[in-house]
Design a protein around this ligand. Sequence first.
Ligand code: GAP
Length: 473
Amino acid sequence: MVKLDTIISLAKRRGFVFQSSEIYGGLNGCWDYGPLGVELLLNIKEAWWKAMTYRDDVEGVDASILMHPRTWEASGHVTQFSDPMIDNKTSKARHRADNLIEDFIDKLKKKNKTDKAAQIEARLAECREPVDFYNIIMDFEIPDPVSGTMDWTEVRNFNLMFKTFVGPVEDSSAVVYLRPESAQGIFVNFKNVLDTSRQKVPFGIAQIGKAFRNEINTKNFLFRTREFEQMEMQFFIKPGSEKDWFDYWKEQRWNWYIALGMKPEKLKWKIHDKLAHYANYAVDIEFEFPFGWGEIEGIHSRTNFDLSAHQEFSGKKMEYVDNVNNERYVPYVIETSGGVSRSFMAFLCNAFDEETVTDDNGKSEVRTVMRFSPKLAPVTVAVFPLVNKDGMPEKAHEIYKDLQRNFKTQYDTSGAIGRRYRRQDEIGTPFCVTIDGQTLEDGTVTVRERDSMKQERIPAQNLNVYLFDKMNQ
Ligand code: GAP
């Protein structure tokens, strides 16, 4: 298992991810994507967009981040979107009470104190109110990991939505929220899309966009951040058909990760024991991160909770009229909700590999290789002249410019070929093209494939078609 620090340092060294506003010491829970990171991020989003909307029954939208504040009253976020928070008066450290308890349970398990761990787990499953968390912390004497003391405040609920104001007057009538999920931008546009797209139920609406949560504890690199992107789809269906559509979308979403190279043993389902009051089925896809299993996507059957709530709060009908069967109903919804940045981190961890390779002279070395699917790799192809003379750079540059029209391409002339391969392996470039003496004679080049390291010779003029074929395999 790769260490998280190894991933973070590779991500920084090679320009995938930087700390946000690093020159000022960074901003907790926020990250910036560098030149390679932004390519990987775009490729993930493009793969999702194509899989989810290049089909007959799903349309896309791009709703604004600031929405009418009533949206969040209707969705329940104003009253319910909160985490239980506790402060330690000695260290001033602030914790999510549930996480504090979970971490304590993990420590007990590591010490083989399984009975006590099971007792706390059972109590945690029953927690409803802040005081329930507080009682566990006190009853089991869970200390502050920073100061080691029991000098705790009460547990309070902390709403995770960021507030701001529209217009120049900062009073309560001007309050708006940065959306904590992109899903509500879909629900409020349900009628608009229905009326303009000629879709009929069942159909879906997909969106990729930023979401913001004032998380109490950000942790584990990109896993829990305050600003992140989601890729969400709400599929509107006839009430009663939710089990079939839930199973259908579960399969689609699992297969999407596998088709992009996710190792099946690194993924697992988590079935929710505690369902939200409106949900009738809910599962998560979890990935095995270096720190343990964590959710990367949720698939939820949300009944007609959201549309009905918006109907009530806005006074606008959210019904679907089925003229063929002469029925009208507020559609049920199956939601697929994935995090772009969490998937990004999962794809980084999944791709990381180190292997010992031996060159033609019998010399061994360890190569770091990011085994990204060619569809996701930030750079698709690198072009090298074998030597910097005899017309090879000129020919190589010409080929590079030709490939750059279609693919993210790098050109590298520095160092021995082996070193250039290693640099590309470390960023996961699936194909390297070398221009040598024979290229000048017969117009062929060698293409070296990243994982097998096998080389084949093909005419330079076939390179574009060759790469398109490989990308679509
Ligand atoms: N509309 C449903 C919804 O938002 P969620 O489980 O809260 O459900 C969905 O979020 C996905 O968004 C998660 O599976 C995760 O990938 C991502 N996500 C949620 N909170 C996040 C955070 N603080 N940082 C990064 N990604 C997050």
